[in-house]
Design a binder for this molecule. Sequence first.
Ligand SMILES: C=CC1=C(C)c2cc3[nH]c(cc4nc(cc5[nH]c(cc1n2)c(C)c5CCC(=O)O)C(CCC(=O)O)=C4C)c(C)c3C=C
Ligand SMILES: [Fe+2]
Ligand SMILES: [Fe+2]
Length: 373
Amino acid sequence: MTFVNTPDYRHDTPECLGILLTNLGTPDTPSVPDVRRYLAEFLWDPRVVEMARLPWWLILHGVILRTRPARSAKAYQSVWTADGSPLLAIARRQATALQGLLSDRFQGSVKVALGMRYGNPSISSALAELRQANARRVLVFPLYPQYSGSTVGSAFDAIAHELTRWRWLPELRFINQYHDEPGYIDALAASIRDHWAAHGEPERLLFSFHGIPVEYFEQGDPYHCQCQKTARLVAERLELAPERWFLSFQSRLGKQEWLKPYTDVTLKDWGAAGVKSVQVLSPGFSADCLETIEEIDEENRHLFLDAGGRDYSYIPCLNDRPDHLEMLADLIARHGCGWPELIGPAAGADELARRVERARGMGAADQTSTSGF
Ligand SMILES: C=CC1=C(C)c2cc3[nH]c(cc4nc(cc5[nH]c(cc1n2)c(C)c5CCC(=O)O)C(CCC(=O)O)=C4C)c(C)c3C=C
Ligand SMILES: [Fe+2]
Ligand SMILES: [Fe+2]
């Protein structure tokens, strides 16, 4: 075994706090070969498709990778921008903004690196960037508000796998989820209110989350429960009556049963049933991407309107809204509290005490407002 040596770690220069931001990732270009390469890596991940390896390899390479890349490439071409894939362009803006916000909060240096689970920039390149910056402590932040083994679990696998090659490991922390974080709920509620100020209030508000196969949920994945809680907390914050808001799951793939109700079926049914106006948001995505721009803002809009609906609008993801970035920076700072010497004078003892109090208060509020989810 040959290990990556870590001469970049230096004792004679100040240590730096590393923040590894990660998200799903995207093809390098919307061409069919690049989309095929991306899908081959993504769909071979056993956290994503749990089927036995040999039959799945035959299906993946014999059927899916012969047909799906062309269809997906067309969809990617329809959302591609001058800055490339929306998911990556937004993730880069988030990383740059967080670098600025965190540099103000932490004493010494802090380095934010972006590494995608699939494709580029890779997790391996982001970890190398942090190593070169002398980041001997690394906080990993998967930008998925709700935990699922297929996303957050998979990011953990990729990081652990990369580190099997390192001689000197960094000290690691890992943010698992933030589905009920008050700042996240507030930012979602504010984004909805902003949308209402421009477009008016709809008859129905639909919270559409990416789906997972039902079997993963039955085997203990907490994702479904965390989605329910996020939507309920936002609806409570907006004081929405129960008949005004709904939750559904989008983006299913293959023939097996996924979490229900399905977003596309729901919107078609609503259009046919005479529901006139609908607004849809996808709070499970921290950045707009193929699944929101093409699927929710385009494809599902037509399903609703063609079925008889009159007014449809999509409420964008939190992306680089200032309240979203502040909330992410705050969460990072709170997780960095256990590394107090890294927190600067602006966040000294008083600030630490305030954050601890706040964290305690949030825990207590949770226990009284809900039993579990
Ligand atoms: C086949 C299984 C899939 C599971 C399980 C799954 C879970 C899951 N995915 C996201 C977030 C995103 N998925 C995106 C695209 C996408 N997802 C799947 C399949 C599964 N996802 C595929 C095949 C694709 C590629 C596009 C396509 O061919 O349809 C994206 C967008 C990426 C982009 O480049 O814009 C995101 C983001 C979550 C949160 C999740 C489970 C909770
Ligand atoms: Fe997905
Ligand atoms: Fe999709």
